[in-house]
Design a protein around this ligand. Structure first.
Ligand SMILES: [Ca+2]
Length: 198
């Protein structure tokens, strides 16, 4: 029986850096430009950290951390948070005394896209005229959606319908030989959002 050597040749990753703007409220407040320091940029999924200087605040002051992505919690002088989508967020820290706001700080946070990753596995042999099956999982720290395009290495290619983050496709090679399979994965969700804001 003749075998085809199918080589998993290139894994192409495509990611599009999108940029969206988190809505700011129209509320007027006294914004302190100093006192809140820490990460102003980071990739989606990465944990960022900040510190607020409360040395001049009265005792029993409480801090409400508003991260700009819908996450709000009471916290301390040091806090961390991971954003799961790229975009520009406004981090707000509100100082409260007896439930009343006494001051607040803001900081713009820019989160960049992280590329999707997919591992097609090792090279393998396959029997001609039988379906060669490709199966791989896409990983991405962002809350993204993806498209995939597979080039089978014999002059044919196709867009693959994904099932969540699972890339599954099969292909019949009609002749013996060595074929290089290439998969291109794009986190389309981000490019869509980018166009929406342009
Ligand atoms: Ca991504």
């Amino acid at each position: 029986m003749t075998k085809i050597s199918v080589r998993i040749f290139v894994l192409a990753l495509v990611f599009i850096v999108g940029c969206s703007s988190q809505e700011r409220t129209g509320e007027a407040w006294s914004t302190k430009t100093g006192g809140l320091s820490g990460d102003e940029t980071g990739a989606e999924g990465a944990t960022l950290a900040w510190t607020v200087d409360t040395s001049n605040l009265p005792p029993h002051t409480e801090l409400r951390w508003i991260f700009g992505d819908g996450t709000i919690r009471m916290g301390g002088d040091h806090e961390s948070h991971a954003y799961v989508d790229n975009g520009t967020y406004v981090l707000i820290v509100v100082a409260l005394l007896g439930g009343q706001e006494i001051t607040r700080w803001t900081l713009d946070i820019v989160i960049t896209n992280a590329p999707p990753i997919v591992d097609l596995g090792a090279d393998r042999d396959w029997v001609p005229e039988h379906p060669f099956q490709l199966a791989a999982l896409i990983t991405d720290p962002g809350r993204d959606e993806f498209t995939a395009h597979v080039e089978w290495g014999d002059g044919t290619a196709e867009d693959v319908v994904l099932h969540g983050r699972a890339l599954e496709a099969d292909h019949v090679y009609e002749a013996s030989g060595t074929f290089h399979v290439t998969a291109t994965v794009t986190d389309l969700y981000l490019s869509t959002r980018s166009r929406a804001h342009s």
